[in-house]
Design a protein around this ligand. Structure first.
Ligand SMILES: NC(=O)c1ccc[n+]([C@@H]2O[C@H](COP(=O)([O-])OP(=O)(O)OC[C@H]3O[C@@H](n4cnc5c(N)ncnc54)[C@H](O)[C@@H]3O)[C@@H](O)[C@H]2O)c1
Length: 335
């Protein structure tokens, strides 16, 4: 039997990124939509052939014949709508961030526990192809313990021109890497120190120094001063004579302990020691989603059906929002 999803919030992220992937997943039907604004509601309904539409999300929850709910509205409403859906007894997939602060995130955790229903979060970077490959290498015995994390994640100042309020940057952007870094390292963050420079309004550059519970160390730079017309993400994780580089969530290089080649006339490439690399073929005639939305949604739908799943949960969101809280406190700012 098909799994019926009602979707709340028909903005850019839902209509352009999530729903195109959702409707391709076997055994799932998008049956109802809600948005307070008529234009995005009608546009999304037309694009995805959905006839049941609601201006008030409460009507979708009470009238829709549903097995689960997806939400992509924004931090100000995620908490309220998420709690209402859970109270209706439905499993929920929700875009990040779950709320505007840690307290709201904890309320969602309580509501999910009370309803005994899964609440999955949109941390799709865990499912981006390069990050997934790196995580699988890091999990293997021969990598040993991950010892350091080095990362850079940037966005553009256009978001903040005219209204320099960095809370959107913290909540929409920084939260991704405050989930991703500990997930890749296989260890929660124990300590965060942070500093910033703001050469002019709208241009913020922050530097985090991280200590993980495993005692691994980390450096993370995030900021609002690079064009999104070029790659903006880089990660390197080091172990003992091992390192993995991930560029822009796709290209992966795994460096081990290669021999010097200069004096070796028989120098070739050694399967067990020389660098392995992977890069996607962007021209293949297949509808591939390297950013990870498709895999995240598949995994979230598995969790909603109470099948085995690796989808990020509200517990992961509590950890990410706790890290965000520590970061803004270290910067002497507030969320
Ligand atoms: N994971 C990612 O890569 C990624 C990327 C972009 C956005 N997002 C997240 O997705 C969420 C939505 O972002 P967006 O860019 O689509 O925003 P958006 O403003 O384009 O869309 C939000 C939609 O929600 C509707 N809405 C507002 N209040 C509502 C309510 N009470 N009931 C029903 N609908 C309501 C708005 O009318 C709008 O159509 C944000 O939390 C954002 O952080 C995630």
């Amino acid at each position: 039997m098909t799994f019926r999803i009602g979707w709340i919030g028909c903005g850019r992220q839902a209509t352009e990124m999530l729903l195109p992937q959702l409707v391709m997943i076997d055994g799932v039907t998008l049956t109802a939509l809600a948005d307070i604004e008529p234009k995005p509601l009608l546009n999304t309904a037309r694009r995805y052939g959905v006839s049941e539409t609601f201006r008030d999300y409460r009507d979708l929850l009470s009238e829709g014949d549903l097995d689960g709910v997806g939400i992509a509205v924004g931090p100000a409403m995620h908490r309220e709508i998420g709690i209402a859906a859970l109270e209706r007894g439905l499993p929920v997939f929700m875009e990040k961030p779950p709320a505007t602060d840690l307290a709201g995130t904890l309320e969602l955790k309580t509501a999910a526990a009370k309803a005994k229903k899964p609440l999955l979060l949109g941390f799709m970077k865990r499912f981006s192809t390069g990050n997934k490959i790196a995580k699988n290498i890091l999990r293997k015995q021969d990598f040993g313990n991950p010892l350091s994390f080095l990362g850079s994640y940037m966005t553009a100042p256009t978001y903040f021109e005219g209204n320099v309020d960095y809370r959107g940057f913290f909540l929409h952007h920084c939260v991704h890497y405050l989930d991703l870094a500990p997930w890749l390292m296989g260890s929660p963050v124990k300590h965060i120190n942070a500093r910033e420079i703001e050469p002019r309004p709208g241009r913020l550059l922050i530097h985090l120094d991280l200590i993980f519970e495993s005692d691994a160390i980390g450096t993370l730079i995030m900021g609002t001063m690079q064009s999104r017309g070029a790659p903006v993400e880089f990660i390197q994780i080091m172990g003992d004579h091992r390192k993995i580089d991930i560029r822009n969530v796709t290209d992966v290089q795994y460096t081990r302990d290669p021999a010097f080649k200069i004096a070796d006339t028989k120098a070739a490439l050694d399967n067990g020691a020389d660098t392995l690399s992977w890069t996607p073929n962007m021209t293949v005639a297949a509808n591939e989603d390297h950013k990870g939305y498709r895999a995240l949604l598949e995994s979230s739908l598995d969790a909603m059906r109470e099948w085995p799943s690796s989808a990020p949960t509200i517990d992961d969101a509590v950890r990410a929002m706790t890290n965000l809280d520590r970061m803004v406190a270290a910067l002497d700012r507030t969320l």
